[in-house]
Design a protein. Structure first.
Length: 332
């Protein structure tokens, strides 16, 4: 359902990736893989890996400060912080509360949101409703991950795919008819078994045995997730376009979740979109889960690929299984 009580847009954006680069060649020394295989099957060339001292909240804090600066909004003006992540600093307090303290957003409520790689788009959807109704005025929506801590670096099926990073947006009221025109989110819990981390929660609490069995690492049935992703990327894009009153022909730029170039290419083909309207940076950062869409959006904006009045579609999928999409008439 789309409400139009108050128009809501992205007022500022920022991102943060660790300096340390881990290339495919580096991975060749760790598992039985090759640069050629990784590039051919995924499009990924390298990823960023945070050092031991850096937690998800540290990446999120830098991205948030950059977004606030870009928006010209003071931390005290923020009245809600949503951090989408599957790699929180700890179970509690929430990573959002840690970010609140770090940036001095004294007037903000704060919570984490778990929707896998779709988390940022879920967060944007929540923020839009709160601002449209007047319940909140300025919301920080952040996607942040330190996935390197839940990756089994001896598993070639998963270790080549992921990286660390954070992207943040300040969301607030904008001029009428501009900003987020429609959002759409969905889930298929039956598919949860295809992408999950078995231990560390209440089902399998941490124990010596859970660690010995490597149950604190991400487990994935890649081909099942791949099939789901190929199906959902175009479907979710078309659904949200219809809700916004636009068509594929109106898209100026599409920012997809950066998981695999073959998934993106298949969506592009299904949508019959021109490839130069798509933002791709997975070659540099790999899949950063909830951070992937806002990092890509930040890069696209900073590179001048997105301009005021452009119709921008963002779409993603992830653990849950979940998906999310949105259409923005760029308001900045
Ligand atoms: O944000 C959501 C997160 N997840 C995803 O988006 C993942 C979606 N899935 C994918 O991207 C792909 O399924 C993968 C990239 C994970 C795998 O690509 P694939 O084309 O589906 O390969 P596959 O799983 O069918 O594996 C083909 C072969 C297998 O060998 P056999 O059994 O055919 O002998 C794998 O063992 O490739 C092997 N393989 C590797 N070889 C070299 C798997 N990983 C690697 C590797 N290096 N890193």
């Amino acid at each position: 359902m789309q409400d139009r009580v108050r128009s809501v847009g992205i007022l500022g954006i920022g991102s943060c990736v660790p300096d340390n680069i881990r290339t495919n060649k580096d991975l060749e020394k760790m598992v039985d893989t090759s640069d050629e295989w990784i590039i051919a099957r995924t499009g990924i060339k390298e990823r960023r890996i945070a050092d031991e001292k850096t937690a998800t909240s540290d990446l999120a804090t830098v991205a948030a400060k950059r977004a606030l600066e870009d928006a010209g909004v003071a931390a005290e003006e923020i009245d809600l912080i949503i951090v989408a992540t599957v790699t929180p600093d700890m179970f509690f307090p929430s990573t959002a509360c840690i970010v609140q303290s770090n940036i001095g957003a004294k007037n903000a409520a704060a919570f984490d949101l778990g929707a896998g790689c779709s988390g940022y788009l879920y967060g944007l959807t929540v923020a839009k409703q709160f601002i449209a109704t007047g319940m909140h005025d300025k919301i920080l929506v952040i996607g942040a991950e330190k996935l390197s801590t839940i990756i089994d670096w001896e598993d070639r099926n998963t270790s080549v795919l992921f990286g660390d990073g954070a992207g943040a947006t300040v969301v607030g009221p904008t001029e009428d008819g501009m900003g987020i025109l429609a959002t759409s989110i969905g889930a298929d819990g039956d598919g949860g078994k295809h992408l999950y981390m078995p231990a560390g929660g209440s089902r399998v609490p941490s124990s010596i045995s859970s660690i010995e069995q490597k149950l604190h690492y991400l487990k994935m049935d890649g081909s099942e997730v791949f099939k789901f992703a190929v199906r959902i990327m175009s479907k979710a894009s078309l659904k949200v376009l219809k809700d916004s009153g636009y068509g594929v022909e109106d898209i100026d730029y599409l920012v997809p979740h950066q998981a695999n170039i073959r998934i993106i290419n298949s969506a592009v083909k299904k949508l019959k979109l021109n490839k130069d309207k798509i933002h791709v940076n997975l070659d540099k950062y790999a899949n950063t889960s909830a951070a992937s869409v806002p990092i890509a959006l930040d890069e696209a904006v900073k590179q001048g690929k997105i301009k005021k009045n452009d119709v921008v579609v963002m779409v993603g999928f992830g653990a849950g299984l979940t998906w999310g999409s949105c259409v923005i008439k760029w308001n900045k």
